[in-house]
Design a protein around this ligand. Sequence first.
Ligand SMILES: [Zn+2]
Length: 58
Amino acid sequence: MTIYRKWYCTCTGEPVELTCNEFLEDEPVELVCELCGATPSSDPRRTLIFRELDDWED
Ligand SMILES: [Zn+2]
């Protein structure tokens, strides 16, 4: 079982799931809000929230 975080941005007033920004193979995959550009490591407006989910299939 793996616990992982699902990230959301609330910049629109509603939680919007972050998408993977994955265009460089050598770079770590980072989640980014397509609307405001916030990421878990750069969240100046503190709009990001996350939920911890259990993956029972692992
Ligand atoms: Zn946003």
